[in-house]
Design a protein around this ligand. Structure first.
Ligand code: ATP
Ligand code: MG
Length: 263
């Protein structure tokens, strides 16, 4: 496979289960319960996408659509420092001069993340129309993060069929803009999603049981090409790739440290 078709995470295990990194030209869904590390991974990828080409990266830019207000620039600074150290190590650099020479500096990293804050579904839709224009001006953008897609719809009344139709229409609209951008610019789209409880009725035993499923339902689930599931069991964090049309279902253990996602 062509290395330039991925955003390498520099986390060997994660790159491996992803088949090389976060794929360009696809919508990937990152799901998991609160606190598993979805936002950390999103911020990390905004740094990873900017790794200069001489160091095997894309030297690209990112858009971050923050619907929950959880993006933290000081975390990006920490993750940037860790990424710089990894590059120094991997490429046997004595100091950071080589990184600076190729514009891998914190001020460049922060200014190449186009940040949007959206609090509701109307702002989210406006934002998507806006990034179409932004991408025309900045074709170097290779990553669009939406953290998260479900949260802006929290005010939608599920009992009201009009508001449910509106929700479906807005989601469809967002998806069609996403595919338009993917086809035009070969970007990676990364969407985070929470888990919600679904009550299922076991026909055989006649008992009700509940299980955790990604929010937003089936229509949306079919739009994503790849699902990365983060879970946390017995103080161990596990990342799994599932539902991919081109990768086997596999898992790895990971940690969240000051340096970000590590395996
Ligand atoms: P939510 O669904 O609530 O948005 P999330 O999946 O986005 O949750 P994150 O905010 O990405 O979760 O991750 C939170 C986790 O990251 C916490 O376990 C926290 O301890 C860990 N974390 C955050 N910053 C650091 C740091 N500097 N050092 C170590 N761990 C950190
Ligand atoms: Mg989060």
């Amino acid at each position: 496979t062509d290395k330039s078709n991925f955003i390498k995470t520099l986390t060997p295990g994660l790159d491996k289960i992803l088949g090389g990194g976060l794929p360009l030209g696809k919508i990937s869904e990152l799901c998991g319960a609160a606190g598993v590390g979805k936002t950390q991974v999103c911020m990390q990828l905004c740094v990873n996408v900017q790794i200069p080409e001489v160091f095997g990266g894309l030297g690209a830019k990112a858009i971050y659509i923050d619907t929950e207000g959880s993006f933290m620039s000081n975390r990006v600074v920490e993750i940037f420092n860790a990424t710089g150290n990894l590059l120094k190590q991997n490429f046997n650099l004595n100091n950071r001069n080589e990184l600076i020479k190729h514009n891998f500096t914190i001020d460049k990293i922060l200014s190449n993340i186009f940040y949007y804050r959206c609090v509701d579904h109307v702002q989210l839709l406006a934002c998507f129309n806006n990034i179409k224009i932004l991408m025309e001006k900045h074709p170097q953008i290779k990553l669009v993060v939406i953290d998260s897609l479900a949260y802006p719809f929290r005010f939608v009344d599920f009992k009201d069929s009009n508001s449910m139709t509106m929700k479906t229409n807005i989601l469809n609209n967002i998806m069609s803009i996403s595919y338009e951008l993917i086809n035009k610019y070969n970007i990676a789209i990364l969407v985070t999603n929470q888990m919600t409880t679904r009550i299922t009725r076991d026909v055989m035993s006649n008992l009700s049981s509940s299980n955790l499923v990604p929010a937003l339902g089936e229509t949306w689930a079919h739009s994503a090409n790849l699902r990365i599931l983060l879970s946390w069991k017995n103080s161990k964090r596990q990342a799994s790739v599932c539902k991919s049309s081109y990768l086997p279902d596999t898992s790895i253990f990971y940690k969240i440290t000051e340096r970000g996602f590590e395996d």
